[in-house]
Design a protein around this ligand. Structure first.
Ligand SMILES: Cc1ncc(COP(=O)(O)OP(=O)(O)O)c(N)n1
Ligand SMILES: Cc1ncsc1CCOP(=O)(O)O
Ligand SMILES: [Mg+2]
Length: 207
C-alpha cells in the first residue's frame, strides 16, 4: 500500500465531546493513515477509544496507527508510531510483524532517519515545520532537510508540526509523502469543515 496523503492525528483535548464524529468526518474526506494519539495513562479509555477507531477505520479502509504503545498496537493488530524515547524499533517490528506500519520520529536529524530505515521503519517523520499548538516545544525542521532526506532515503517521508492548508504545499513540493496534522484538520468549527479540509489536503498531492 502506498503511504501518500493525509495522516490525521487525534488529540484527546481538542476532540473532547466530538471524538468519533470528527474522526469520521476526516475519514469521509480521505485519510491515508489515522493515528490515535492520547498521552494519558487511562488504559481502559485508551483501549476503548482505540477499538472504536479500529472499527471506524475498517469501515473506511483506513490504516490505524497507535502512538507510543506497541503493546496496544499488537493487541489490535495495527501499526505503531515510535518517538526517540518510546522504545526501540526492532522489538516492535518483531512484535507486530513484517507487514505492520511502523513510523519513527526523526525530529530534524537525517542520521536518525537513516538509522530508522536500517531498523525497518515503514516511514520517517520530520518536524515540527511550523508553530504547533499541540507540541510547541518540538525541534524545528527545514525544507532543506526534506531535500536531503528525499535524495538519501528510499522510504516515505512524513512532515508534522503546525501544518495547515495555507502552509502545506511547499512541503509536498519538497518531497513529503505524508502530511501529519492535528489542529490544521481537527481545529475546525464543524464536521463539514473537517471533511472539506481532509479533501483539500489530499488534493495537494494531485497537483
Ligand atoms: C507522524 C508523527 N510524527 C511525529 C510524532 C511525534 O512523536 P514523539 O516524538 O514520540 O512525540 P509524541 O507524539 O509521542 O508526543 C508523532 N506522534 N507522529
Ligand atoms: C506530535 C508532534 N510532534 C511534532 S509536532 C507535533 C504536533 C502536531 O500537531 P499540530 O498539527 O497541531 O501542530
Ligand atoms: Mg511518542
Amino acid at each position: 500500500m502506498k503511504l501518500r496523503g493525509l495522516y490525521a492525528i487525534t488529540d484527546s483535548q481538542l476532540l473532547a465531546g466530538k471524538f468519533l464524529p470528527y474522526v469520521e468526518a476526516a475519514l469521509d474526506g480521505g485519510v491515508t493513515l489515522l493515528q490515535y494519539r492520547d498521552k494519558s495513562s487511562d488504559e481502559a479509555r485508551r483501549l476503548r477509544e482505540a477499538q472504536a477507531l479500529y472499527d471506524l477505520c475498517g469501515r473506511y479502509k483506513t490504516q490505524l496507527i497507535i502512538n507510543d504503545d506497541a503493546e496496544l498496537a499488537a493487541r489490535l493488530g495495527v501499526g505503531v508510531h515510535l518517538g526517540q524515547t518510546d522504545g526501540p524499533l526492532t522489538p516492535a517490528r518483531s512484535l507486530l510483524g513484517r507487514q505492520a506500519i511502523i513510523g519513527s520520529t526523526c525530529h530534524a536529524q537525517l542520521e536518525l532517519a537513516e538509522q530508522a530505515a536500517k531498523e525497518g521503519a515503514s516511514y520517517v517523520a520530520f518536524g515540527r515545520f511550523f508553530n504547533s499548538n499541540t507540541k510547541p516545544g518540538a525541534p524545528t525542521a527545514s525544507l532543506e532537510l526534506l531535500d536531503q532526506a528525499r535524495s538519501k532515503l528510499h522510504l516515505p517521508i512524513c512532515a508534522i508540526g503546525g501544518i495547515t492548508l495555507d502552509n502545506a504545499a511547499p512541503l509536498v513540493a519538497h518531497g513529503v509523502d505524508l502530511l501529519a496534522v492535528v489542529h490544521g484538520l481537527f481545529g475546525a468549527e464543524n464536521t463539514q469543515e473537517v471533511t472539506r479540509r481532509a479533501r483539500a489536503f489530499n488534493d495537494l498531492f494531485k497537483a
